[in-house]
Design a protein around this ligand. Structure first.
Ligand SMILES: [Zn+2]
Length: 241
């Protein structure tokens, strides 16, 4: 019975109800499940495997929203690469990837490092073509924060700040487009604009989006606060073009 679903696939399908419309994309062996629903309206990304609330929020959203969503295939924040590990939200530039690889793999030789960076370089543009939106479209990334990170960390490097919900510093949206900021700042949520790429290249998707003029929104919520993360996502879905 070649077509029988294995137990593992079944468990995955219960996580991802749109199981049968999935495919997989990769960068240097780091795999993401790609989910399509309806037209190619928006792009969504869940990139840190330990941020379970963000995964659940995005999976729920994809039950009704249109677009393409990408889910990292990992249950941990840092993912395997070339026998070591990397923070996947540091792989969007060579400079950022090198910093992450040096920190996480202190025993690596320079050759190991060069080979891992070369593998990322080889796949990066193809991967970006797969995940980035076309023609002024929007990509939405979802993250969860724990103690030690909140909106205050981002305010000093932001171009504009709408502190609409000061009692919830863990819940905020960070965008790269002034037009999106103008709309999002009318929401009940905290919003930041970071239009220019920060001088320090950390290899994050937000920096790449700012550098390339891609409309990007990061929806941040405390780990466990799925209600507010879903609410921000639904608000954005309704009011952003
Ligand atoms: Zn994250």
């Amino acid at each position: 019975m070649r077509n029988r679903i294995t137990r593992r696939e079944f468990l995955f399908a219960s996580w991802f109800p749109f199981f049968f419309r999935r495919r997989r994309i990769r960068i240097a062996g780091i795999a993401f499940r790609a989910v399509r629903r309806g037209g190619d309206r928006r792009r969504f990304l869940w990139i840190h495997g330990n941020e379970e609330t963000a995964r659940a929020a995005l999976a729920g959203h994809m039950n009704y929203a249109q677009g393409r969503a990408f889910f990292v295939e990992s249950s941990e924040r840092n993912v395997p690469l070339a026998g070591g590990r990397i923070d996947p939200n540091r792989m969007f530039s060579r400079v950022g990837a090198e910093k992450s690889l040096r920190t996480l793999n202190p025993s690596w030789t320079e050759t190991q490092l060069r080979e891992a960076l070369a593998a990322l370089d080889q796949d990066r543009e193809k991967f970006l073509r797969a995940i980035l939106p076309k023609d002024g479209g929007l990509i939405v990334a979802l993250h969860n924060n724990g103690p030690g990170y909140a909106i205050q960390n981002e305010i000093p490097i932001s171009d504009r700040v709408a502190m609409n919900n000061p009692s919830h510093p863990d819940e905020f949206m960070l965008c790269t487009s002034p037009a999106d900021f103008a709309l999002l700042s009318r929401s009940p949520f905290n919003v930041l604009l970071q239009e220019k790429a920060p001088p320090e290249d950390d290899g994050s998707l937000s920096r790449l989006a700012a550098a390339r003029g891609v409309r990007y929104v990061n929806i941040e919520a405390a780990l466990g606060n799925q209600v507010d993360q879903r609410w921000m996502l639904a608000w954005l879905e309704t009011y952003l073009p």
